[in-house]
Design a binder for this molecule. Structure first.
Ligand code: AMP
Ligand code: MG
Length: 408
C-alpha cells in the first residue's frame, strides 16, 4: 500500500499533458501556456505622450520662469491615433493628447495644467527636462523579451500583454474533460426527497465543482446503480473523456463493483488503497492511456482524495508546471489526538489564519470522515505523519493550503 507521497508519484509518473493546440486570446484565460511566449514586437510601438499637453523642445523653455513666460506657436492638434505632418522647430509646439505619437523635433511634453493658452499659442512659466512626460518606443517591452514561461497559467494581464505584442492566438494545453460518475443504490438527486434508506448525492456536486475549480471541464454522468452491467456500460461511455472519476463502490462491500468491472474492461491497476486516513480506498488505473480514479463514496474522503491526488493529476494533464498547493508549518491551537497507527498518514480539516508572521490552525470540529459540514469551513489540510497520534495544543504541524494557488 503506497504512502500518500508514493501514490501521488505513481499517478504523476503516468499522466502527461494533453497535446497542445492554439486558441484565440479570448479562450486562453486560466490555461497553461504550451510554449515559452516571447514578444515579437516592442511596446509601446512608437514614442508617445504620457500626458495631455504640448510637445516641445525642452531647450526652448530653458529660460521660462514665473515672471518670464515663454510663448510658443501651436502648429496644430494631435489626438491619440493621429500623426503629425510637421516637425516641432524652435518657437513652435503641437498640442498633444496622451498616447499620440511625439512629433519629430519634440523631446518633452508640457502638461496642459502648466500652460496658458490662446488661439494659436501657449505659454509656459517653468522649464522642463528633455524626456519629460514621454513614453519611449520599447521602454516597456523590447522585442525578444520572454513574457510567459511554458506551463504557466495565463492570467488577464498576460492576455493584455500578448495582445499588445501582436499575438492574438496562443499555444496552450486544453482543458481536460473529466467524466464524473457517482455510484450507489441509496443515492437520489439533490432536488428529490429521499425515500427510506436513501440519501442525496452530494459527491456529484462537490466533485464536479472541484474539477471545474481546477480549470477542467466536468462531465457529470447520470447516477449509476450498484449493478455490474449498468456500471460497465457507463464506464465504457466515460472513456471518451480525458480522465474518469468514479465515487463509491470501491471498497470491499458486496456491491462494490468498480474495481472488478474496470479490470474487466482492461484497466491496468496502478494501486488500490493509500496508507492514509480518511479515504484509504482510492484506486488508480490507466486505461487506453487515460487515468481512472476510483474514489471512495464517503463525501469527505472523496473531496480529500480529489484535492490531494486528482487535482495535481488534472493540472499535469492541462500542462501546468506548478502542481502542488503551498505547504506551510502552522501552530495547532486546539490540539488533536487520534489513532491512525504507525503506517497511515492522517489528514485533518483545519481552518488556518495568519497572525503576524505565524500561521495558526484550528480543527474544523469532529474529524469523522462522514462529517461533511467540516468542508464548509476548512481552508487547509493538516498532514500528520504515520506514528503520530496526538498533537498538543500549541504544537506544530504541516498544512496543505487548499485555497491558495499551486506554487510548486
Ligand atoms: P461506498 O464507498 O459506496 O461504500 O460509500 C461509502 C459511504 O458514502 C456510504 O455511506 C454511502 O452512502 C456514502 N456515499 C456514497 N456515494 C455518495 C454520494 N455520491 N453522495 C453522498 N454520499 C455518498
Ligand atoms: Mg456504494
Amino acid at each position: 500500500m503506497p504512502t500518500p507521497a508514493q501514490a501521488l508519484d505513481l499517478i504523476l509518473d503516468r499522466v502527461a499533458p494533453l497535446p497542445p493546440r492554439s486558441v484565440p486570446l479570448s479562450e486562453a484565460l486560466g490555461l497553461a501556456a504550451a510554449e515559452a511566449l516571447v514578444a515579437a514586437e516592442q511596446v509601446p510601438p512608437f514614442t508617445n505622450s504620457a500626458m495631455d499637453g504640448y510637445a516641445v523642445r525642452a531647450a526652448d523653455l530653458a529660460a521660462a520662469a514665473p515672471d518670464h513666460p515663454i510663448r510658443l506657436r501651436v502648429l496644430g492638434d494631435l489626438a491619440a491615433g493621429a500623426t503629425s505632418d510637421r516637425a516641432v522647430e524652435t518657437g513652435t509646439t503641437w498640442r498633444i493628447m496622451t498616447g499620440a505619437p511625439l512629433p519629430e523635433g519634440a523631446d518633452a511634453v508640457v502638461p496642459v495644467e502648466d500652460t496658458q493658452r490662446g488661439a494659436d499659442w501657449m505659454e509656459a512659466r517653468k522649464p522642463l527636462r528633455a524626456g519629460a512626460h514621454i513614453r519611449h518606443a520599447g521602454e516597456d517591452i523590447q522585442a525578444g523579451l520572454a513574457l510567459v514561461a511554458p506551463g504557466r497559467v495565463l492570467r488577464p494581464g498576460d492576455l493584455g500583454v500578448l495582445a499588445a505584442v501582436g499575438k492574438p492566438v496562443v499555444p496552450i494545453h486544453p482543458r481536460a474533460r473529466v467524466a464524473v460518475l457517482t455510484t450507489g443504490d441509496e443515492l437520489v438527486d439533490a432536488a428529490e426527497r429521499p425515500g427510506p434508506g436513501q440519501i442525496r448525492d452530494a459527491n456529484i456536486h462537490s466533485i464536479c465543482a472541484q474539477v471545474a475549480a481546477c480549470g477542467a471541464v466536468p462531465v457529470p454522468f447520470p447516477r449509476v446503480r450498484d449493478d455490474r452491467a449498468t456500471l460497465a456500460g457507463v464506464l465504457r461511455e466515460a472513456l471518451q473523456a480525458d480522465a474518469i472519476l468514479t465515487t463509491g463502490g470501491i471498497s470491499v462491500g458486496d456491491y462494490d463493483f468498480v474495481k472488478p468491472i474496470l479490470e474487466e474492461l482492461g484497466a491496468r491497476r496502478v494501486f488500490w488503497k493509500v496508507a492514509q486516513k480518511p479515504g484509504g480506498p482510492l484506486g488508480f488505473w490507466m486505461i487506453e492511456g487515460k487515468p481512472v480514479f476510483g474514489i471512495p463514496g464517503n463525501p469527505v474522503a472523496a473531496m480529500l482524495m480529489v484535492e490531494e491526488y486528482v487535482r495535481p493529476a488534472l493540472r499535469r494533464l492541462m500542462g501546468f508546471s506548478a502542481l502542488h498547493r503551498p505547504v506551510a508549518e502552522a501552530v495547532l491551537e486546539d490540539g488533536w489526538s487520534g489513532k491512525a497507527g504507525d503506517r497511515r498518514t492522517t489528514f485533518l480539516r483545519v481552518v488556518a489564519r495568519r497572525e503576524g508572521d505565524r500561521l495558526l490552525a484550528r480543527l474544523t470540529g469532529p474529524q469523522g470522515s462522514a462529517i461533511l459540514s467540516s468542508m464548509l469551513h476548512a481552508n487547509a489540510l493538516a498532514v500528520i505523519p504515520p506514528g503520530v497520534d496526538r498533537v498538543e495544543p500549541g504544537g506544530t504541524l504541516t498544512l496543505h493550503l487548499t485555497e491558495a494557488a499551486e506554487d510548486h
